[in-house]
Design a protein around this ligand. Structure first.
Ligand code: C2E
Ligand code: CA
Ligand code: CA
Length: 721
């Protein structure tokens, strides 16, 4: 009870008594609880006092009981019969001396109080009390005795105690997080900040997911929360990310904290960084698993990691690779320049390995000048995995080839590499190392400073990729690319636009189809400069046609790869290309595929909106073959949908395709988009499309892709004469 209320209650009690109970006899009657004899005022007073959250007792000068409230009796395990005619001291022979003195001073007119005193009850149990005593005055104005009020604060004391204990426990060496039932962090301790690098103010108010390392998938977290929901508890190893970006394993235990009704109100997480055992333990671990010279994992740890990688690849069906690397002619350097120089070179090689690898790869030193790199999660497709592994290996090779300067001397070190792929646990770690070793031998045979794959088909796929990449680079710098344009016509067979289609003519060889080389250009990133060239060439053409009265209204559609579109400077690229060429933005249509929408749709929409604001139009290419969700489609600032040629091809014979085409057209109409059909080859297809409501067409019926100067030269063959 707040102090103000205490005083008011006391005041009310003592005044009420003075007014209504001048007669002591009446009071004695009151003690016998003879309800009939109580006056109305007394009844009310009684109810009032009995309901007060504190115990109240009135004593005479000899400390005999005149009155006791229900609360007082209950708190002290007494009944009214226990106290009739008794004095307070008779009932409580062990009452402490300082209380007796307080009573005495009170009889002399003073008011006394205590904030926190224990009281031993008849059964020996202890309650904690907050109390106050005041004198009461009789009709003559002299002190007739004392009124004692006492509040049971045992429960509050216990809570405070628990909080104090909890506060001490919270300062433990383990990191701790307290969240509410939604997972919002309410409190973290010092150890949390030491391990994660985040201060309390940075963590409070967020959910713990900001610590996620990205090492676990959604299933992991779902299982974790299911366990907490079911059993109220989860414990296990989890990888989190520190503020400095480093990731580390911790042993985490999460418990739900329930309230009195059994509902979870909070979660408590405690964890310890298991990568930082005590110094001595760490040293031992290091010696057992790491190479002392370079600090890289040794053979033992590598085999262990390889085992883990094999298990993981069984689960996620992703190919990984083991790459064995050996430095060319290292022995000669070591023998002629001394071991000191040799050691320094190895340390530098290890450093370059570490900085070149992806986060998911790991390097180890087997001994001497032999290193192993383990690649994980390359691809589900074997050939694609081989190509990625080769690309990383090539990057490693060129990094390691950079000159190394030691004590003023420059060394040129080249590596030879053997690579083998794995998926699942079919092959053991030792076998994989042997395979890699065999291919390493072939790399040495091939003249060193080379990369060889264990499997012939893999090697061939990689060779094609290497050739293709070199070819595309040359094509870019030697101007071997050209653009063709294919007409697009409206219902009246009028030429309304063209699609720019890329062609590659390697000198002395047959033309290479974009179907073949675009996937390679995408994989190695060359699609970005190639795409830029296409955009520039198409815009120049657009500007040129603008000067021709017959073709001035043509639209030019340009195919844009997802990778090109995602370039951070793509918007600028389009803007400067338009400016430099003098082409009008409204004449340019960018053809995007649905694969673009597979990730970060928000970003895609933003980029599209910026371009749209310039006046550029958008078409979704190959519509119906991809993953488009209608909700996304509605949010994209599109102008046109292009029905994929596979539906057009069979529209005459296949009722399903006809139905799909109709559905696409009605969807487009409801979204206010234009529809264009590609791959229109026959008049039968044309008539069906027109009947379904699709009026813009592109296909061999109207014209094959041709050079720009042939566009608009002669009447379109599909046009009715
Ligand atoms: P796409 O964007 O779907 O282009 C339409 C393809 O269908 C073109 O093949 C075109 O020649 C062909 N085609 C046109 N009319 C007909 C027809 O009536 N019947 C049949 N059977 N085919 C027809 P192309 O030129 O070989 O291009 C193939 C793919 O290469 C394109 O498919 C596009 O995905 C890609 N591509 C072409 N040029 C570029 C470019 O500049 N950049 C990017 N990123 N990709 C391009
Ligand atoms: Ca296209
Ligand atoms: Ca297409």
């Amino acid at each position: 009870m707040p102090p103000g209320e205490w005083t008011a209650l006391l005041q009310a009690v003592s005044e009420a008594y003075q007014a209504a109970d001048r007669d002591r006899k009446l009071l004695e009657n009151a003690l016998e609880v003879n309800a009939q004899e109580l006056t109305d005022a007394n009844k009310k007073l009684r109810v009032f006092i009995d309901n007060a959250p504190v115990g109240i007792v009135m004593l005479d000068r000899e400390m005999r009981y005149l009155f006791a409230s229900q609360r007082w009796l209950r708190d002290r395990q007494l009944t009214i019969q226990n106290i009739v005619g008794k004095s307070h001291y008779e009932l409580n022979p062990t009452l402490p001396q300082h209380w007796r003195e307080a009573h005495r001073r009170c009889l002399e007119g003073a008011t006394e109080s205590g904030a926190e005193d224990p009281f031993v009850r008849p059964d020996g149990s202890v309650i904690w009390t907050k109390w106050e005593v005041r004198p009461w005055l009789d009709t003559h104005g002299t002190v007739g005795g004392i009124i004692l009020m006492s509040e049971d604060i045992t429960e509050r004391k216990r809570t405070e105690e628990q909080m104090r204990i909890a506060a001490v426990a919270f300062q433990s060496r383990d990191g701790m997080i307290v969240t509410d039932q939604r997972g919002i962090i309410l409190q973290v301790n010092q150890a949390f900040s030491e391990v994660t690098g985040y201060g309390a103010e940075e963590a409070i108010g967020k959910t713990a997911s900001f610590l996620r390392s990205g090492r676990h998938d959604a299933t992991f977290y779902r299982t974790l929360w299911e366990a907490i929901m079911r059993e109220g508890h989860w414990e296990g190893e989890i990888w989190n990310r520190r503020k400095d970006g480093g990731i580390y394993p911790e042993w985490l235990s999460i418990s739900g904290v329930k309230n009195g009704h059994g509902h979870i109100t909070h979660y408590l997480g405690t964890f310890s960084d298991i990568r930082e055992p005590r110094e001595a333990e760490r040293k031992i671990l290091e010696l057992a698993f790491y190479d002392p010279l370079t600090g890289l994992p040794n053979r033992r740890l590598l085999l262990d990691r390889l085992q883990q990688a094999l298990i993981a690849s069984t689960r996620n069906r992703q190919f990984g690779a083991v790459l064995l690397l050996d430095l060319d002619h290292f022995k000669t350097v070591n023998d002629t320049r001394g071991h000191d120089v040799g050691d320094q070179l190895l340390i530098e090689i290890a450093r370059r390995l570490r900085t070149t690898l992806r986060e998911t790869d790991s390097a180890a030193r087997l001994g001497g000048d032999e290193f192993v790199v383990l690649f994980e999660g390359l691809n589900e497709d074997k050939m694609a995995a081989a190509i990625t592994a080769e690309a990383i290996a090539e990057k490693l090779r060129s990094t390691l080839c950079q000159p190394i300067t030691l004590k003023g001397e420059v060394y040129f070190i080249t590596p030879s590499m053997g690579v083998t792929l794995f998926c699942g646990q079919g092959e053991g770690g030792d076998t994989l190392l042997k395979q890699a070793d065999l291919s390493l031998y072939q790399a040495k045979e091939a003249g060193r400073n080379a990369i060889r794959f264990y499997n012939l088909a893999m090697q061939q796929a990689v060779d094609v990729r290497v050739e293709m990449e070199a070819g595309l680079r040359r094509a870019l710098s030697h101007g071997e690319f050209a653009l063709n344009y294919q007409p697009q016509v409206d219902a009246d067979q009028r030429l309304v636009g063209v699609e720019a289609l890329l062609r590659w003519h390697p000198p002395g060889l047959a033309m290479v189809s974009p179907m073949t080389f675009i996937p390679f250009a995408e994989a190695c990133g060359l699609i970005v400069p190639i795409g830029r060239w296409v955009l520039e060439t198409a815009c120049q053409q657009l500007a040129a046609w603008a000067r021709d009265p017959a073709l001035r209204k043509l639209h030019v559609s340009v195919n844009i790869s997802a990778r090109q579109f995602r370039q951070p400077d793509f918007i600028d690229q389009v803007r400067t290309t338009l400016q430099r060429s003098g082409a009008r933005a409204a004449g340019l249509v960018l053809e995007l595929t649905e694969s673009l929408l597979l990730d970060d749709v928000e970003k895609v929409i933003q980029t599209m909106q910026s371009l749209k604001a310039m006046g550029v139009g958008f078409s979704i290419d190959d519509f119906g073959t991809g993953y488009s969700s209608l909700t996304y489609l509605k949010r994209l600032p599109l102008d046109q949908i292009k029905i994929d040629q596979s539906f057009v091809r069979d529209i005459v014979d296949d009722a399903d395709d006809r139905a799909i085409v109709k559905a696409i057209i009605s969807l487009a109409t409801s979204l206010g988009l234009r529809v264009i059909a590609e791959g229109v080859e026959t008049t039968a297809q044309r008539d069906l499309l027109v009947a379904s409501g699709c009026e813009i067409h592109q296909g061999y019926l109207y014209g094959r892709p041709v050079l720009a100067d042939q566009i608009g030269e002669r009447p379109l063959p599909g046009a009715p004469s």
